[in-house]
Write a protein that binds this ligand. Sequence first.
Ligand SMILES: [Zn+2]
Length: 387
Amino acid sequence: MSETLSAREIMEKLVSFPSVSDVSNLPLIEWVDDYLSGHGITVHRHYNETNEKAAVFAHVGPEIEGGIVLSGHTDVVPVEGQPWSSDPFEVVERDGKLYGRGVCDMKSFDALAIWALVEAHSAEVQRPLQIALSYDEEIGCTGAPPLIAAMDGKVPKASSVIVGEPSMMQAVTGHKGGTGFEVHVRGFEVHSSIMHTGVNAIMYGAKLIEWANEMNEENRAKVPSEIDAMFEPPWTTVHVGKIEGGTAHNITALDCRFALTFRVVPGESAEGWANRFREKVAEVEAEMQAVRPEAHIVLEEMFDVPGLVPEKDGEAEQIVRSLTGDNAPRVVSYGTEAGHFQNGGYSGVVCGPGNIEQAHQPDEFLTVAQFEAGEAFMRRLVDMLRG
Ligand SMILES: [Zn+2]
């Protein structure tokens, strides 16, 4: 039997692991596994393909379906190049604020979830509580789908998930989905005086970017559905935020590279938009190849995060509303793992301590008041599960 730590002590421990997305999270996972196992909880691990990272999940309470999952990610964004006033991997309290990488996004919630799981286990709750801690959330939510698949069959299926991304402990019931591509247009170089015999990668790339402009105009003109109307803006956007290419003003450009991303309203599918883009790419590529058959376009998918679709009288939303007393409709513009859970058959809601504006920042902080609001939430949750 391990010593039982306070939620704050667990949080300080989690922050001390520099679990940036580009390194292994196993030291943190070992600690969580030992802590929960030490309290008599069965812990399951799911490793990534290289065995360098793992997700953990656990179930407490009766061996029945219909429980609640507390979902968090263990990875944090890098601190390199950021001006920090203190060691980012040590929690420091100054003026009612807790500073450290991940205190907001989202190790405080992880700690609160670990604390609640131990509480629920010793309280012999009537309704199950589960925890699911992923990896690789910060690089496109890619750790969630294998984790959700691994939970299937290993633990009784829960019906609701609370994803603890920073929301000031308010219920967030929807967010847009997102998908994005690195586009590499490969042309054919000739002197620009005979440009009709070459393929200018920049000028063909511009056709794809102009397609993005057209789509934005088209989408803006649509009448949004009731759900889509909750978002700002209430339509799907296509964005090009970075471009490079070309050699000189008088050479048809050999290469053009840019990043094109979609933020998709719940009423439309990210996959559908990705397919429309692929069709346009095939059309432009055919034009290029009519001039020079070796010219081509390569697409690399950067991320694919499904949206969280607001549910009508959703169970997860009802739970969070009853525990927080917050009844305002609220959707956000950042992506989370909640859409993956929803696709996996869970009712989903986002609710966690802290303000998203502090996430990923130098001197990332969480107010002590928000941490305490999170603790109070977890106490009420365990009470509710007692029945
Ligand atoms: Zn996060």
